[in-house]
Design a protein around this ligand. Sequence first.
Ligand code: PRT
Ligand code: ZN
Length: 295
Amino acid sequence: MTTDRSRLHIAVQKSGRLSDQSKDLLKGAGLKLQGGKNALTARAENFPLDLMFVRDDDIPTFVGDGVCELGICGQNVLEEDALGHDAPRTETVAALGFGRCTLKIAAPENVAYSTGLLAGERIATSYPRMLGRFLAERGIAAEIVTMKGAVELAPRLGIAKFVCDLVSTGATLEANGLAAVETVFASEAVLVRTLKPVAPDLAERATALLTRINGVIATQESKYIVLNAPKDALIEIARILPGADAPTVVPLSGRPGYYAVQAVCQESVFWETLEKLKAAGASAILVMPIEKMML
Ligand code: PRT
Ligand code: ZN
């Protein structure tokens, strides 16, 4: 693949668990994407950015080598790659809040597990470097069996006694008679950028894109809250509002001693939060989504 050096390139997973949300994030940042379903690349019409669709395992290499200035992939894939290099090749610039999973060691359900049981056993995994580090840090000598996929089948096939695999719901482990016993690494999808030099104008565009993406991420969690409250409740209400800087407080006309409070909350607003606000004296509480935000 040759690349046009007058445009930015972002490596995203071609087809898999991160693909749709990666593209949605870029669309949410205002990019109009061209390119068919099976294309290897897609062009943003309204921004100097090309998407390159690759396997998730290749994304650290594409970004590390500087073929793509940016990339979206799981921290699990990045960490496994980083452990194979002497120096960092990519920099994480935003955690994206999707693709959450945990690399866990699992044992057959009928095993009364303790960490010491791993010693001398075989453990099947697609993440040999992270598992190796986990074992070395605990001084455990076990044999790592590297498998590309279907790791959960290893105990049944007699390949290994334990497995070390990604878990999200836990259904796969359960279906294979396995139970998680150790946590090796917690992961989510992240946006990374290359540590290779980037032309100043492209670096500037990358920073502009990052600002937009951070705005999208902030917007996903954030809510705009409006409520009415008596004067003596204002301090307590400001304390309860999650992740809000100084709220705007405006007197209500025709209701002496009462104020309208408006605030952007940058953390989740739960029903529990509303109940607390009500108990503190707030009424007519409205919670609204925020469409765009630039911090
Ligand atoms: O073709 P390509 O190489 O690009 O895709 P892939 O098949 O290697 O990756 P894919 O699409 O399965 O996962 C991409 C990324 O999603 C991973 O690198 C993780 O960062 C993230 N992710 C989040 C997961 C999971 N959750 C996950 N549950 N990746 C894999 N799994 C697998 C796991 O390996 C196990 O087989 O799902 C199964 C367990 O799921 P539960 O829900 O049964 O626990
Ligand atoms: Zn993969």
